[in-house]
Design a protein around this ligand. Structure first.
Ligand SMILES: *[C@@H]1O[C@H](CO)[C@@H](O)[C@H](O)[C@H]1NC(C)=O
Length: 343
């Protein structure tokens, strides 16, 4: 009886149907294989990574602060193109927020992040350190009870917790975003150094939306001889031109509409430059005017050279990048556009 049912089934399964079922089975296999391993301890992470490397794998790290969007997913695709093993770290780094900044409102949703990473496939591990700072607990020398785990307090009163070492890229950290966010890059470079030391990647991917961050990290790796290749990945924009950012969800619909002036003005400035307007002052004026007209508040708009981020007055042979930070309501957005006029 069972055999005859099976026989009927086999006859009934046309070639296409069989293929379809086989396809389904393989994609289920893929799905199972693509659930990334969740790692929370530093020593487990380092050991895991060393095992991968001993198997001859090239390990890529994509450092993130979570709340993943398509911009992050494109960093992961870039990582896959350069490595056989991809590690995504998710860590909201308190040391890159100043006291008055949006640390407490920075969006996060680990569960959804893990679903996205599973869906995209090819991510081998997710490193989610609870706090990658070792903090001294118990009593300090002067008898104070020491329980502070947060780095922000350590920032305010240096030496107040178990962490007192900083990595700082001197010159590149000062301009652009470094002007209004004094502690920002010191926090980034210190935590990225720690991530590099824990994960020991061969390659690390950074988004060019954070252009200065990408350059600062590249410089740090060069200056401190990290055996890591840094890759900058292109900005990913929403269909309407807004650069993808985890902070975008905090914009009201009206603010979001106003924020479109960022891409529009930068694109227009780029076109103007290509059409022969080589005065950076004029180009900056054009952008500032558009942003203000739209109802935004400009933090800075600057044209700098792509390598050293030095201010440029006139666009010539050297490739430059126009960088911008502006407030829309309570949200500070950054964006940039590379401009290269071949002469
Ligand atoms: C950015 O703005 C420019 C100028 O308005 C526009 O042509 C372009 O399509 C926008 N980008 C996107 C991705 O919408």
């Amino acid at each position: 009886m069972i055999y005859s049912i099976l026989l009927i089934l086999v006859l009934w399964l046309q070639e296409d149907a069989t293929k379809e079922i086989l396809l389904k089975i393989t994609s289920m296999e893929d799905l199972r294989l693509s659930v990334p391993e969740m790692i929370t301890s530093k020593s487990d992470m380092r050991q895991w990574s060393r095992v991968q490397k001993s198997l001859g794998k090239i390990v890529a790290l994509v450092p993130t602060m979570g709340f993943l969007h398509d911009g992050h997913l494109s960093l992961i695709r870039e990582a896959k193109a350069h490595a056989s093993t991809v590690v995504v770290s998710i860590y909201i780094n308190p040391s890159q927020f100043a006291r008055n900044e949006d640390l407490s409102t920075y969006p996060s949703n680990l569960e959804v992040d893990l679903q996205k990473l599973t869906a995209i496939g090819g991510v081998s591990a997710v490193f989610c350190p609870e706090n990658i700072y070792e903090t001294a607990s118990g009593e300090t020398k002067d008898g104070r009870s020491e329980e502070r785990g947060d780095l922000v307090s350590c920032l305010e009163e240096d030496g107040g917790s178990g962490h007192e070492t900083w990595v700082q890229v001197e010159r590149l950290s000062k301009g652009l975003c470094g002007k209004s966010r004094l502690v920002f890059f010191r926090g980034v470079t210190t935590v990225v150094t720690k991530l590099f030391n824990v994960v020991e990647p061969d390659v690390a991917i950074f988004g060019k939306k954070d252009y200065q961050q990408w350059k600062v990290i590249t410089r740090m790796v060069r200056d401190l001889d990290f055996p890591i290749k840094i890759i900058g990945s292109d900005i990913v924009r929403e269909a309407d031109g807004l650069a993808m950012s985890s902070r975008n969800v905090r914009l009201t619909p009206q603010e979001r509409e106003k924020a479109l002036s960022i891409n529009q003005s930068l694109s227009q400035a780029k076109c103007a430059a290509e059409d022969g307007q080589h005065s950076c002052k004029k180009l900056i004026g054009l952008v500032v005017e558009k942003i203000i007209e739209a109802g935004g508040e400009v933090d800075y708009v600057e044209v700098v050279d792509q390598d050293y981020l030095e201010v440029v007055e006139k666009i010539a042979k050297k490739p430059v990048v126009m960088c911008l930070a502006a407030w829309f309501g309570t949200v500070r957005l950054i964006d940039n556009m590379e401009i290269h006029i071949p002469q």
